[in-house]
Design a protein around this ligand. Structure first.
Ligand code: SF4
Length: 377
């Protein structure tokens, strides 16, 4: 029997699997009858050793960063979240600074473990293995980005927005280390989930990228379309037709023993197009494939650990919804659910397991559509 710090019984959650994904807001809306806060993401670093051309938080990256808020304030705010099920730690590269690993990341992960909630870190895994091994015992999901077939692909995207030039040899060493770390951490039993974005560079390479992710021993391959925020704002956009084609191809060639998670897809069960309905049916019926509704603004808030500001997502230009120095997170979330940006897309079709588009998806592909007048077919 395990008791948490409040002497409450901690019931071990089931293993993460296609039938148990606690980050999906579908679970909370079904359980509570409305969107509630079950997930908190924390930005613990704006430092990074890379400057990828597609970086969704690229505009916030710095070379010197200020002090963070005291950890105790963050832990208190987490403690107050009544229905908390998951946390995520993000950056920049969250582990860039070793003091952040020891003084913030590990204590937050220990808190999560003690409370029986699930944790994820978003990392590029290009630094020394030791700092990831320090984290691994307390972590549920190591989330990485993998958009490459080889070191040339990595070099082509990884330093495009860098203020100084980075040599090809340096990039190749980082690529090798990232691959090596992924293999070693996976072998050691850590759940590594590799995310690939579908964009103008990757949409015809997804099969090969998937093969590499499988060979490295990752336990999940996540696939999301790239949306045009921050550094990615001016990159070429691919069409819905190209997206559909690339997803079908990936489903044709994928390794069926590897869990595939698709997210932020712009295809909805209320769409008229037969080709969308065909793809949706296929995604629903393929074994070991899941489609996650986007947590941002549905069941998740992001907290910036440097100033306490709370956002609906760590990227995009939505205004802050509050500050943990003044308000609890449940109260901030409650306020957000009455915000026009939330109510504009707050549709839900239970039969289709769909919570509607997020702001980025709607702005990219459905600017004039009122989803609240639609229903899944
Ligand atoms: S929840 Fe919204 S987007 Fe999804 S099928 Fe229903 S109306 Fe369409």
């Amino acid at each position: 029997m395990i008791l948490n710090r409040n002497e409450e019984l901690v019931v071990p959650a089931p293993a993460l699997s296609p039938s148990y994904d606690p980050w999906d807001p579908l679970r909370s809306i079904r359980q509570h009858g409305k969107h509630v806060l079950t997930s908190v993401e924390m930005t613990v670093s704006n430092l990074c050793n890379m400057r990828c051309e597609h970086c969704a938080v690229g505009n916030t990256l710095v070379t010197v960063e200020p002090e963070k808020l005291p950890l105790a304030i963050m832990l208190k705010r987490l403690d107050e979240v009544k229905n908390l099920e998951t946390i995520s730690i993000t950056g920049g590269e969250p582990t860039f600074n070793k003091a952040t690993v020891q003084d913030y990341i590990i204590p937050i992960l220990k808190y999560a473990r003690e409370r029986g909630i699930r944790s994820q870190i978003n990392s590029n895994l290009t630094l020394d293995l030791a700092r990831y091994e320090d984290i691994a015992p307390w972590l549920d999901v190591m989330h990485i980005s993998w958009n490459y077939l080889n070191e040339d692909d990595f070099y082509a995207v990884g330093f495009v927005r860098s203020a100084h030039s980075v040599g090809r040899g340096t990039a190749a060493r980082m690529y090798d280390r990232m691959m090596d770390n992924t293999i070693k951490l996976s072998k050691g039993g850590l759940f590594v989930s590799a995310e690939t974005m579908i964009n103008y560079r990757t949409h015809e390479k997804l099969g090969g990228i998937h093969q590499l992710i499988h060979e490295m021993g990752c336990q999940r391959h996540e696939v999301h379309p790239m949306y045009h925020s921050a550094f990615a704002a001016n990159l070429p956009k691919i069409s819905l037709e190209q997206l559909r084609k690339s997803i079908h191809h990936l489903l044709d060639v994928r390794k069926k023993d590897l869990w595939m998670l698709f997210g932020t897809l712009p295809f909805f069960a209320c769409n008229e197009q037969e080709e969308d309905q065909v793809l949706i049916r296929r995604l629903r019926t393929e074994p070991n494939v899941t489609v996650r509704n986007d947590p941002d603004g549905r069941n998740r808030l992001n907290v910036n650990l440097f100033d306490g500001q709370v956002f609906v997502t760590d990227f995009a230009d939505e205004p802050t919804q509050g500050n943990i120095m003044h308000d609890g997170l449940d109260a901030i979330f409650d306020r957000w659910t009455h915000h026009p940006l939330h109510t504009r897309f707050n549709c839900f079709c239970d039969t289709a397991s769909c919570c509607g588009p997020n702001l980025l998806v709607a702005d990219a592909y459905y600017q004039d559509v009122d989803f609240k007048l639609r229903k899944a077919k």
